[in-house]
Ligand binder design. Structure first.
Ligand code: LP5
Ligand code: MN
Length: 243
């Protein structure tokens, strides 16, 4: 297969110096699998928590950036989308790795099929506390004020927020943290697409939906905590693959 025909999609790697096995899986993926693709899309939560592009100085972050840069220098087209952990990835990071930042949601032509790309958190409309929080942290004024704080303070706040997130997730019903069916139907309808790809929920699957009498497919990407995987698409369709 000519490599331009193959597109790969990953998300929810949650890379951090604290999970070396997942980092190793990613470096292996970059060595052995990604170079075969014409395009690699990272659909959010690439990092466990991103507090600003000045964090590129951290050794693991620098190593990841250098590895991505090698991939893009060798000709793979890399697109990044924000997740709820790394919505502060900015132009400096993209420049360092040779990526384009894709605004969410994005519609791309994938082997002739218009395809909607999202991180997936916007589809979890039943998680009202989260949606309120999201609105706050996606506000440019809030982000500018946050980024103006010293990096050690930003790390401390991110740690606090991560701990709080783990605590409140234990109290939320699992259905609340999944994509809402109406939100999914609405996204298909609004963007006029028959295929959607997203992550965030860590519930990898191929879902078949009927919206307004038309069949539509929704692919959900896996996280990389224990195993990792990706979605591979070409003219013949898409396939979820484990690593
Ligand atoms: O990420 P995950 O899988 O644990 O859960 C998400 C939602 N949680 C989050 C928070 C992230 O985990 C932490 C992001 C770190 C980013 C670092 C940069 C910015 C730092 C900003 C510091 C102020 O996204 C979780 C969802 C879950 O997905 C499933 O969809 O339920 O939602 C929450 O945990 C949000 C809570 O419900 C509401 C929290 C309100 C907090 C408001 C105070 C903010 C300031 C406090 C600073 C400590
Ligand atoms: Mn997420």
């Amino acid at each position: 297969m000519p490599r331009a025909a193959l597109s790969l999609f990953i998300s929810d790697l949650h890379l951090t110096p604290e999970r070396p096995a997942a980092n190793d899986r990613f470096f292996r993926f970059l060595d052995r699998i990604a170079p075969r693709a014409g395009d690699l899309y990272i659909l959010g939560d690439f990092f466990e928590a991103w507090v600003g592009d000045d964090d590129l100085a951290e050794p693991l972050h620098a190593q990841i950036a250098a590895a991505l840069k090698r991939l893009t220098d060798d000709g793979t087209w890399l697109c990044l989308m924000h997740g709820n952990r790394d919505f502060l990835l900015g132009e400096a990071f993209c420049q360092a790795v040779g990526a384009r930042l894709l605004a969410e949601p994005a519609v791309i032509d994938l082997g002739g099929v218009p395809t909607l790309l999202l991180h997936g958190d916007v589809l979890c409309t039943d998680d009202l506390d989260y949606q309120r929080f999201r609105q706050m942290v996606r506000d440019p004024a809030w982000q500018a004020a946050f980024l103006a704080r010293p990096i050690a303070e930003r790390h401390a706040l991110a740690r606090e927020l991560r701990a709080r997130s783990e605590r409140v997730k234990g109290e939320k019903r699992p259905e609340i943290m999944d994509a809402n069916r109406e939100a999914v139907a609405d996204a298909f309808r609004r963007h006029g697409v028959t295929r959607m790809i997203h992550g965030h929920t860590h519930r990898p699957a191929r879902h078949e939906h009927q919206v307004d009498g038309r069949p539509r497919t929704r692919w959900v990407l896996p996280d990389w905590y224990d195993a990792g995987g990706y979605l591979a698409c070409d003219e013949d369709g898409c396939e979820l693959r484990e690593l």
